[in-house]
Design a protein around this ligand. Structure first.
Ligand SMILES: [Zn+2]
Length: 183
């Protein structure tokens, strides 16, 4: 597989100057790839994917879906999802995002799968999404109007096809988990 080159980096990684001392960056092969580096201090640019967590929430016999109210993809239905903060374990990010976006408190959080794929906002950027499932044991389902306009609870079999690949990965892994629980 061919990896993105410096000239294929997403907009947010188009660096021209060293972030530490402002020296114009140069390029050379470091650890097998051409990378940007600072000739003055030796800083090397290692771009990383965005890290996020999404959760299949079991609540009142169904799964919680939210209607997105921000761009990109305003209006789509999705599972609760959010970025992990720097230094934050993805499992902790999952619990925090669920509480912020839905008001629910989860128990028995379980890792399902991960998804690594291009961002829908900028295909040159990548997302590493950790998919979990958990059972709501407290709180009341509310909608965070800043990011979501509606919430609904649907039986698993009634969930429509979801746009984001991370969500499809999460649901596929969740169905597999249910199958294993039944055995
Ligand atoms: Zn520097």
């Amino acid at each position: 597989m061919s990896l993105p080159t410096i000239d294929q980096y997403p907009t947010r990684y188009r660096f021209h100057y060293c972030p530490l001392d402002g020296t114009p960056l140069a390029r050379k092969v470091i650890h097998g790839m051409e990378r940007q580096y600072c000739p003055a201090c030796g800083w090397i640019h290692y771009p990383n994917p965005n890290i996020a967590a999404t959760v299949v929430i079991e609540y009142q016999g169904g799964i919680v879906l939210l209607k997105r109210n921000i761009e990109p993809d305003r209006g789509i239905w999705h599972l609760p999802i959010g970025h992990a903060e720097f230094g934050e374990d993805p499992a902790d990010a999952a619990l925090r995002e669920v509480h912020e976006e839905t008001g629910l408190i989860l128990a028995d959080l379980q890792f399902l799968a991960y998804e690594h794929s291009p961002s829908y906002g900028d295909a040159r950027l990548f997302y590493l999404v950790f998919c979990f499932t958990g059972r709501a044991i407290g709180g009341t389902l509310v909608t965070d109007l800043a990011e979501n306009s509606e919430a609904q609870v649907l039986p698993l079999e009634d969930i429509p096809p979801l746009k984001w690949s991370s969500q499809r990965t999460a649901l596929t892994a969740y169905r597999r988990l249910l199958h294993e629980r039944e055995r």
